[in-house]
Design a binder for this molecule. Structure first.
Ligand code: GLY
Length: 398
């Protein structure tokens, strides 16, 4: 009797969790479609008022839409969202829009002035190629990878992140996200130099960016002549020795992706260790939406960073398919997307068409604090699609 009861309860709990998951996907994408229609009108209005930007990034302090030019690191996320809407619905309308907005930022393939090539070109053109196999997109990815490779310094073993800052050769943990473009470029071109750069960057970053507890520094400053580490600091976190939340999510996503691309178990272990740092962190709230820094001084009276939660959810879905801790990661990712969907979404028709509220761009600079951000919306939709793929027994990344 007891055994039967336990089985019935377990089955009930499983079905309920599964129903939650399916509900998040359909609810999230229904809202995303409505909000994106609103966003398209907001973009038109902003352009008609003289704004020369091409894609949305956030809201200004006055609540206006902040449109950015193609060179901004966030320019690819909205085109990427349009590709996700096309993927989910199969509707020509979204395909057309995705192509249009992707075309606005393709010029970035030759911009060698930053490391953000993956953020811009892989989220937009990369998704475009994945879904259409258009050879033009293939060429853009390869050209973007060539441009990004010019920032690699073999002495350091890394791609340089920023120019014209206080550091001579800064590398930020975010840069792990740009490696996916390099892996793809090797697959598309047969040129293994992109793959080698990606692996070298990932290995150098494991060596120098992480503390013993697997939290990551934000910025590591190198001597470009000798490759020596000069400083380990923060830029968007609370302190040099703190754990900036989005940075931890970039690390989790980056090493999960590196394991997918290489099969190297070092990367899998790194991703699992980063996941442990995040998920066991006493500063992680019960709803799994982090404060902007795991060491922010006034927790629980600190702003959240929904973007860090969205990136984490997407990464955990993928990691769940590679790791022996898969069930744990899947459950956590489901909980994040359920909470984002139920508690952190914008009301329909509000916030100029952004989907999620309460992200933090840079708390130290007091910019984009407690606001919507295009990358939160992008990784949220990616997470929903990954959840759907897992439910449909398809590969989590196609
Ligand atoms: N890659 C910049 C940021 O995460 O804010």
């Amino acid at each position: 009797m007891n055994k039967k009861y336990t089985i019935v309860c377990l089955l009930g709990a499983f079905l309920q969790l599964n129903a939650f998951a399916q509900k998040s996907v359909s609810k999230g994408f229904a809202l995303a479609q409505k909000q994106t229609e609103v966003m398209l009108s907001s973009i038109d209005q902003a352009k008609n008022s003289g704004n020369v930007g091409v894609t949305p990034r956030s809201l200004t302090a006055n609540g206006d839409l902040a449109l950015v030019p193609s060179k901004d690191w966030c320019s690819g996320f909205f085109p990427g969202e349009l590709w996700f809407l096309y993927q989910y619905t199969g509707q020509e309308k979204w395909l057309k829009l995705a192509k249009t907005f992707t075309a606005f930022i393709e010029d970035q393939k030759t911009n060698g002035g930053t490391h953000d090539m993956g953020f811009k070109i892989y989220t937009s053109v990369g998704n475009g190629y994945r879904l259409t196999k258009d050879p033009h997109y293939r060429d853009v990815i390869i050209e973007g990878a060539k441009t990004l490779s010019t920032r690699f310094n073999p002495k350091v073993g890394c791609i340089k992140s920023w120019d014209n800052r206080i550091w001579k050769f800064p590398v930020i943990i975010d840069n792990m996200m740009n490696l996916e473009l390099l892996f793809e470029a090797t697959k598309l071109s047969g040129d293994s130099s992109f793959y080698k750069i990606a692996v070298t960057h990932a290995n150098t970053t494991i060596k120098n960016h992480f503390r013993a507890n697997y939290s990551s520094y934000h910025v590591v400053s190198y001597d470009p002549e000798t490759g020596e580490v000069l400083k380990k600091q923060t830029h968007q976190g609370y302190a040099d020795e703190s754990a900036w939340s989005r940075g931890q999510s970039w690390a989790l996503y980056g090493y999960t992706m590196c394991y997918r691309e290489t099969g190297d178990k070092t990367y899998l272990r790194q991703a699992e260790n980063v996941a442990k740092f995040i998920l066991d962190n006493p500063a992680l709230p019960q709803d799994l939406v982090p404060y902007w820094d795991y060491n922010a001084p006034n927790i629980p009276n600190e702003q959240r960073d929904v973007s860090a939660a969205a990136v984490m959810a997407s990464a955990l879905y993928e990691l769940s398919t590679y790791s022996t801790n898969g069930k744990l990661y899947r459950g956590k990712a489901d909980l994040i997307v359920k909470n984002l969907t139920d508690r952190y979404t914008a009301g329909p028709g509000t916030s100029k068409g952004f989907i999620l509220l309460h992200s933090t761009g840079s708390r130290p600079a007091n910019t984009e604090v407690d606001l919507p951000l295009s990358y939160a919306d992008y990784y949220y939709l990616e997470a929903l699609l990954r959840q759907k793929h897992l439910d449909d027994k398809k590969p989590v990344v196609d």
